[in-house]
Design a protein around this ligand. Structure first.
Ligand code: ZN
Length: 269
């Protein structure tokens, strides 16, 4: 179950199965409770969107405090719609929040306590992973390209290879992201999904009209996690759509580049 958490104006979402398992701090941010001005109003966590760096830093501080993570352990990657999973160690610590010379990846895994794996989202789907047995975590950014490449499966495989995680022990939280009604596409997206995944993708593609299709990315990601060996009961999926709720979330589809960024974060305590 996803729960809405509010600490004065700051609003975020958490997954109860992570909270119940313990040993981990995590959260999915909204646009509410920060200090940035329009069009980044107000909890913008994106560093490269043109916002005032001091505001972004203050927003990071507020969000870290709210979820109980370590501001100095924030690990960010350059998201490039790939299926690359970076194994993160202490060596990947940033010298400062605006250090943009870090790696290109769309997923990260680690077993180092204190490092805060962070992925950004504004329609694309954020996924957090936690193996309480082997004490390992992951964070994944999966838009339609990453989903076509099966990035979430790769993240679970990497946790198994690196940390000996049994997929049946891994908990997953699929955060707020675009719904099938808002993710209206031409035939290019269904064709790309079909080329990459074949029949597996068909139950998650809905014809909307003669030339338009809706794609259920969260459904497809849930299916991919099950295929990777997770049990359905260990997969928590938010039903919130970032495009349906403009008052609460930034949506790339609705706003284009004129917006801030939400972040999903997870850290071993
Ligand atoms: Zn929607």
């Amino acid at each position: 179950m996803f729960h809405k958490q509010q600490i004065s104006a700051l609003t975020y979402y958490s997954s109860s199965q992570f909270t119940q398992a313990g040993g981990v701090a995590h959260g999915f941010s909204t646009r509410l409770g920060g200090v940035s001005h329009a069009p980044w109003e107000s909890l913008n966590l994106g560093r490269s969107r043109g916002d005032n760096p001091e505001y972004v830093k203050e927003n990071h501080l507020r969000f870290s405090k709210a979820i109980g993570s370590d501001m100095n352990g924030v690990i960010l990657c350059q998201q490039v719609h790939s299926d690359t999973i970076q194994v993160v160690t202490e060596e990947n610590r940033l010298t400062h929040l605006y250090d943009l010379n870090n790696f290109e990846a769309d997923g990260m895994v680690t077993n180092c306590p204190g490092l805060v794996l962070t992925v950004f989202y504004a329609d694309c789907i954020p996924i957090l992973l936690y193996d309480p047995q082997k004490r390992a975590i992951g964070a994944v950014h999966s838009g339609w390209r990453g989903t076509a490449m099966g990035i979430v499966r790769r993240a679970v495989e990497t946790m198994a290879q690196q940390y000996g995680s049994a997929p049946g022990d891994v908990l997953a939280a699929i955060g707020p992201g675009i719904c099938p009604r808002c993710f209206e596409t031409h035939s290019d997206v269904p064709e790309a999904l079909n080329d990459a995944l074949g029949m597996e993708s068909w139950p998650f593609i809905y014809p909307l009209s003669e030339e338009k299709y809706g794609v259920d990315l969260k459904g497809l990601i849930t299916h991919q996690l099950e295929q990777a060996g997770l049990t359905l009961g260990n997969i928590d999926c938010s039903d919130l759509c970032t495009a349906c709720h403009p008052e609460e979330f930034w949506s790339h589809r609705r706003l284009g580049e004129d917006r801030g960024n939400q972040a999903a974060m997870i850290q071993l305590l």
